[in-house]
Design a protein around this ligand. Structure first.
Ligand code: THU
Length: 134
């Protein structure tokens, strides 16, 4: 495993795909959320036969991290990784609902994902400009 903290977070997201429950889409997604202070919590997508009841990897990781660390926790970085039914890595920028949740817990966070086969990193503010806040 690389010593680069960015690469390490992506490697954790890659590994988290093993926890996916994706019998319907066969699209396994893993996420590794790093919070301020260095805590890292991973998650995977967990689907449901009543399709809208399933949840994405990013939201699972963030919810688990928030529940563990408490309401003052702030997200610093999140890496997302996906592979298809054949085991091939797939591009996986976070979906719209996940962007909204990432923005809530870390508008200043950086998001890593594969795009055109290559891991890239973008500030959350670039992925969701004019973000809704209450
Ligand atoms: N999925 C995620 O886990 N994260 C995203 O940002 C988009 C999609 C999951 C949901 C579903 O289980 C599968 O990928 C196919 O849509």
């Amino acid at each position: 495993m690389s010593n680069d903290p960015i690469d390490r977070l992506m490697a954790l997201a890659d590994a988290a795909r093993d926890g996916a429950y994706a019998p319907y889409s066969k699209f396994q997604v893993g996420a590794a959320a790093e919070f301020e202070g260095g805590h890292i919590v991973t998650g995977a997508n967990v689907e449901n036969g009543a399709f809208p009841s399933g949840i994405c990897a990013e939201r699972n990781a963030i919810a688990a991290g928030m529940a563990k660390l408490g309401p003052t926790a702030r997200l610093k970085r999140i890496a997302v990784s996906a592979r298809d039914a054949t085991g091939v890595d797939r591009d996986a920028p976070p979906c719209g609902a996940c962007r909204q949740v990432i923005a809530e817990h870390g508008y200043g966070a950086h998001v890593m994902f594969r795009w055109e086969g290559r891991a890239i990193e973008r500030p959350m503010s670039e992925l969701l400009p004019f973000s809704f806040v209450l």
